[in-house]
Design a protein around this ligand. Sequence first.
Ligand SMILES: [Zn+2]
Length: 495
Amino acid sequence: MQLYKEQELKIYNSLTSQKEVFKPINEGYVGMYVCGPTVYSNVHLGNVRTFMSFDMIFRYLKHLGFKVRYVRNITDAGHLTDDADDGEDKIAKKARLEQIEPMEVVQLYTVDFHNILNKFNFLPPSIEPTATGHIIEQIEIIKEILDKGFAYQINGSVYFDVHKFNENHNYGKLSGRNLEDLVHNSRALDGQSDKKNPQDFALWKKAEPQHIMRWPSPWSDGFPGWHLECTAMSTKYLGEQFDIHGGGMDLKFPHHECEIAQAEACNNQSPVNVWMHANMLKMNGQKMSKSTGNSINPDELLSGNNDILSKAYSPSVIRFFMMQSSYRSILDLTDDGLLAAEKAFKKLIEAMNSLPKLEVSNNTSNFDLTTWKQSCYDAMNDDFNTPILIAELFSAVKFINQIKDGKATISKEDFNTLKTTLDVFVLDILGLQNVSENNANGSNKLSETVELLIKMRAEARINKDFALSDKIRDELAEIGIQLKDGKDGTTFSTN
Ligand SMILES: [Zn+2]
């Protein structure tokens, strides 16, 4: 269904600093590129949040009926330890420290990255290209930038000439910086560098003799600069101009600014219509940092194996917690926040799971389902406002509970709208998982077993065997399963 024809999606564009109505270049198709991880260590929780934001965006665009080509790269070469084009390649450094091949480092952490994302129920991107798989394309772009006069070669390395580019283009337009300020604030070159100006950035670096990750090129045996791979891969798979480019806020400068400069130098046109930046994740009000100990990795969060939080949290609870905040806001991870998210998520899923037993009335409904459904879309159409969407979902939860208490009614037609809309927004768009429904080996069997015990307890009560009926209730409570007697029989909830 081409829902995008009915729904007006607005997206905040970092390039213009405003929300704009989203119009793809080719009707019905969306090209989206998101900067992926540098695979030299386990994926950070902050990165998980960034990729989760784009996973939700990908899911909503697909739901609207767009054919989305979502490209998210793997950086497996060229990302140096120092942003000023000095230092070691991050992958090569790790390989040296661990005494393994660079490609072993890449494999190890790419697998880790995918495992973690799978745990959080991510959809795979359409294409996941690697930097090392696109060295030829990167060399071709460097040749083009050299031909256009926006780069210079020196001692086997090639640098982008930011000052030359800025004569006719606007370097800094995305991050709001201007070149004069950058010049004013940068340190003088130390004499070791071949660059003409500190603002210039490497397109190709000549490899030192000990540098193991190296490829032949017209200029030297060396390796591409980090910013170049994204221009090469986004152009190759999405064209010279495409719809959406995303990434973490920290990539806006210099990485994305350099991507714009490279692409404009080649094609003399802006490569991306909408730039999107996902905000950072803090913990207990402070920046996450390994050195201060204020840091937790995704596995420690899922297993509860950490000194910071009181317990383990399930992937869907963490996902729900992250979706309670707009992707553009800073999110503070706290134990209280996670506990509250767990409670709310449980309430939402319990309401959804109670739907099959909900009594459908011949009367009309006491709740305007059509307006409610559109409010869910309105929330998402407003720059993917997931916290507002979740608030809307809870008005439905309230309504469901009112029906259960006999204080409201729902018609058959409205019931279908309610069920489909909840499924679409909770499961398909927010990407949350209804564990008790999906985990057939675990929770389904659990609920069947508890239902059996509830039946046996009811029989015991009929036989006036109250000792047995209390024993069943109390022993279930001891293992965290609460029985609740209501007018329509007994229901249960788990801790
Ligand atoms: Zn990138």
